[in-house]
Design a binder for this molecule. Structure first.
Ligand code: GEK
Length: 250
């Protein structure tokens, strides 16, 4: 793995030209523009990443495993790496997109923190989880089929030590149609302010329609509690994007 030549990154123009509707996929073209795409599309992403470091520092436990599930290019993995205050922890990043994992390897290699990181190109529904203190699902659960979400969260909660935490960031739905309209409009305005055209916004929305399935905060809370987490709180919200902290009592 070369430390000298990180893969080039470019501006996201994937939906700039009129094109036939296809489902969004985390392929090589998305991996190439991903840092620009997520920063300009997800309100709060640039705040959430450094806070993952702060939260990880609070909940990581000596000798435990920390997991970043749906790690993409490793932004949240690196935040966790810098937050873990113990050198006997292991940190594992998992993503089932080989294009993401290949580029993630370069990002991890360029970061000179000594804590080793293991990357697995695996489905998070299958990947082995045990003896965890901190697990992150930063905008990943929304891409898992809704009928498989409970099984995944139960596996995470079961693998988590008492006193451990899950950081769960998601795009959400609102109970009130009026609030849904306002928050959706504000999200689109955020994208416009970041240089996306109306055509890009609408083509991306159609591509994600069957792939990214948001749910209400109430649905997330109920599922996290059923999974075995004792406390669930929202620590961040910007428009229709939230980050929750699910805790297991000591
Ligand atoms: C960040 N956390 O930068 N198994 C493994 N990976 C999956 C699965 C699955 N079943 N489903 C989706 N993914 C990152 C951002 S992006 C969020 C996470 C976004 C992966 C998928 O390949 C992609 O890399 C990631 O989850 C979601 O903090 O693009 O909005």
């Amino acid at each position: 793995m070369s430390k000298r030549n990180p893969p080039p990154q470019t501006t996201d123009r994937l939906f700039a030209e009129q094109q036939p509707r296809t489902d969004f996929r985390f392929d090589a073209s998305v991996a190439r523009v991903f840092p620009d795409m997520i920063r300009r599309s997800v309100p709060g992403y640039t705040t959430i990443i450094p806070m993952i470091e702060v939260i990880t520092e609070q909940y990581a436990q000596a000798g435990s495993h920390c997991y970043d599930l749906g790690c993409s290019l490793g932004a949240s993995t690196l935040a966790m790496r810098h937050g873990i205050p113990f050198d006997d922890c292991s940190l594992v990043g998992v993503d089932n997109s080989s294009a993401m994992i290949e580029r993630c390897e370069h990002h991890i290699a360029l970061d000179d923190h000594p804590l080793p990181v293991t990357l697995r190109c695996e489905d998070i529904l299958q990947t082995r989880l045990d003896d965890a203190s901190v697990t992150t699902l930063n905008f990943t659960l929304q891409f898992v089929a809704p009928q498989r979400r409970q099984e995944l969260l139960t596996r995470i909660a079961t693998a988590t030590r008492p006193g451990g935490a899950l950081i769960l960031s998601e795009k959400i739905l609102f109970e009130s149609p009026q609030e849904q309209d306002i928050q959706t409009r504000l999200h689109h305005e955020f994208k416009r302010a970041n240089g996306y055209s109306d055509l890009e916004i609408s083509q991306k929305r159609s591509a994600l329609e069957r792939v990214l399935i948001p749910e209400t905060l109430a649905e997330h809370r109920t599922r996290l509690q059923a999974a075995g987490f004792d406390q669930v709180l929202v620590w961040y919200q910007c428009f229709n994007f939230v980050s929750m902290l699910a805790l297991k009592s000591i």
